[in-house]
Design a protein around this ligand. Structure first.
Ligand code: AMP
Ligand code: GLY
Length: 425
């Protein structure tokens, strides 16, 4: 098969790494890709917000299977656009239609969906510009911490949590005044849930589903979960507090009703569902839906899938997922993300990366923001590399990951030294 992955992060490198191992993969393209995908696939320069360019590329290259990594093209309706094209009637696509993608694209839409299908989540109210004063009154009646969420996509920056009422009111005002443009014209004010977070992933064809290995993501820049939020500074899989009993609750109370809802609403949904969950006491609750894989979670999930992933992706796209069996590794994976100085604030790019070669199949360097040029490998983003380590238990995986980390350096390289340590017993 000729396979194209859209995106350029660590997630897409991990997908490409797994897909490239399949006997069914004849040619692999990643658009736009990064310095890591260039080693195992052909990178194509392409604008992810340009649907016509994507269509032309798929036609020109005779792509059989298209896997869409990030949320923006999905929310922008690229799947609907491609599916309307008669020339592409045989194209297999992993990624939901725009309506399904609203589960991530609108927090209000997702909240209404969860309420309709009885899926446990935080209570919430929606406010618009005209309701600013009502919103402030509502905040004043709540017990802190206050949780405010821009309705639309805000690049992971649309959630504000504060214990200070005045700060909450000011944030509400700023959001409604257009801090994130149309994405924050509506704001959700939500009950604060106190617990421990995890990410659960499924592949679904809109009816059947396969549960993939779960993961825990480390979101804050600083050790011991301090400082501002980032795209993710590390991840581990499996998650020790998500035992079989808990995961059964996740399946029964969250996954099953979500898939049922997707079917009842008639969403054309062939792709990943990422459940951002929080374990409150012994109960799972949904913080958010994403309609794609997580990053850096993919970098620990892919190495734990034993089966060839291509038949699984094909079955997802074709609506034949109920016929597929998937096996997983019993190992543990940990990934540590290496970031540029200044990230998640402003940062420099173009730094030369020094990377010693380590021959160890239990250390996998996934690239996120890198580019290969005539001078070697250069930084090209905030998150630059995600070094995955594999082992029989978490400590072993972490030792491998940090061994990989120590073989890499560039000016201003930063990373967390405590990834996974909260879960080591
Ligand atoms: P989101 O962009 O929806 O993933 O939210 C970003 C982060 O805010 C989450 O990963 C949680 O750590 C936190 N968060 C979001 N909603 C809540 C909530 N209702 N209660 C507590 N924490 C929350
Ligand atoms: N790591 C969280 C996300 O991908 O949204």
């Amino acid at each position: 098969m000729k396979i194209l992955i859209l995106g350029s992060g660590g997630r897409e490198h991990a997908l490409a790494w797994k897909i490239s191992q399949s006997d069914l993969c004849e040619v692999l393209f990643v658009a736009p890709g990064n310095g890591g995908t260039a080693e195992i696939a052909t990178n194509l320069s392409l604008q992810l917000n340009d649907k016509s360019e994507i269509l032309d590329t798929v036609v020109r290259l005779g792509i059989d299977l298209l896997v869409i990594g990030p949320e923006d093209p999905l929310v922008n309706g690229v799947v609907d656009f491609l599916k309307k094209e008669p020339k592409l009637k045989d194209l297999l696509i992993v990624g939901p239609s725009a309506r399904g993608a609203l589960l991530e694209g609108s927090k209000d839409f997702a909240k209404q969906f969860m309420l309709k299908y009885g899926i446990p989540t935080a209570a919430a109210e929606i406010f618009t510009k005209a309701d600013l004063e009502a919103g402030k009154l509502f905040l004043a009646g709540l017990t802190p911490p206050y949780v405010l969420k821009a309705d639309g996509l805000a690049g992971g920056k649309g959630v504000i949590i504060t214990k200070d009422l005045q700060e909450a009111e000011e944030s509400l005002e700023k959001l409604l005044a257009g801090q994130f443009g149309a994405a924050s014209e509506n704001v959700l004010i939500e009950e604060f849930l106190d617990g421990i977070e995890l990410s659960v992933f499924v592949l679904t064809d809109g009816e059947a589903y396969v549960i993939l290995p779960e993961a825990k993501d480390y979101k804050r820049i600083g050790e011991a979960d301090t400082g501002p939020n980032t795209g993710g500074m590390g991840a581990v899989s499996p998650v020790s507090f998500a035992d079989a009993h808990f995961m059964k609750k996740v399946e029964d109370k969250i996954i099953v009703p979500t898939i049922k809802g997707i079917k009842s609403e008639g969403f054309d949904y062939h792709g990943f569902v990422f459940f951002g969950l929080i374990k409150v006491g012994e109960e799972p609750m949904v913080i958010e839906y994403n309609v794609r894989m997580g990053d850096p979670e993919t970098e620990v999930v892919m190495p734990r899938i034993k089966s060839d992933i291509v038949p699984l992706l094909v079955a997802t796209a074709r609506g034949e997922l109920s016929d597929v069996t998937v096996t997983f590794e019993k190992n543990v994976a940990a990934t540590v993300v290496l970031v540029s100085a200044g990230y998640p604030g402003s940062y420099e790019t173009g730094e030369k990366i020094k990377m010693a070669f380590i021959k160890d199949e239990n250390i996998i360097p996934f690239h996120a923001g890198t580019v290969q040029d005539d001078y070697g490998l250069l930084t090209q983003g905030g998150r630059v590399l995600a070094i995955t380590g594999l082992g029989n238990h978490l400590m072993e995986a972490l030792v491998k990951s940090y061994k990989g980390v120590e073989s890499i350096n560039w000016k201003g390289m930063n990373y967390r030294k405590d990834i996974g340590f909260d879960l080591v017993h």
